[in-house]
Write a protein that binds this ligand. Structure first.
Ligand SMILES: [Zn+2]
Length: 75
C-alpha cells in the first residue's frame, strides 16, 4: 500500500512524495520514542531517509544512512 500527496520535510520544496509503511528492517531503527507507534511511513524519494507518523510530521525522524533510498540513476 502506498500513499501519495504527502509533503516530505527533508526533500523540501512545494511538491509531495510517495510514502510507504516501514518494513521489518526499518522499524527497529527508528527513535526509541517512536517504536511504539504502528503507523510509521517513509518517503520513497531517491536519497531520502525521512520517516514519520502518518498524521503527524512532528513525530518522525531520519532512518540510518544504510537504509537511505538508492539514488536515482544518473541520466
Ligand atoms: Zn523525502
Amino acid at each position: 500500500m502506498f500513499f501519495k500527496d504527502k509533503h516530505c520535510p527533508t526533500c523540501g520544496g512545494s511538491g509531495t512524495q510517495v510514502f510507504r509503511p516501514l518494513n521489518e528492517k526499518e522499524r527497529p531503527t527508528v527513535a526509541p520514542e517512536h517504536r511504539r507507534l504502528t503507523d510509521l511511513w517513509r518517503c520513497t524519494a531517491p536519497g531520502c531517509r525521512w520517516y514519520q507518523r502518518w498524521s503527524k510530521q512532528s513525530e518522525g525522524g531520519r532512518l540510518p544512512e544504510e537504509l537511505k533510498n538508492p539514488e536515482a540513476d544518473p541520466v
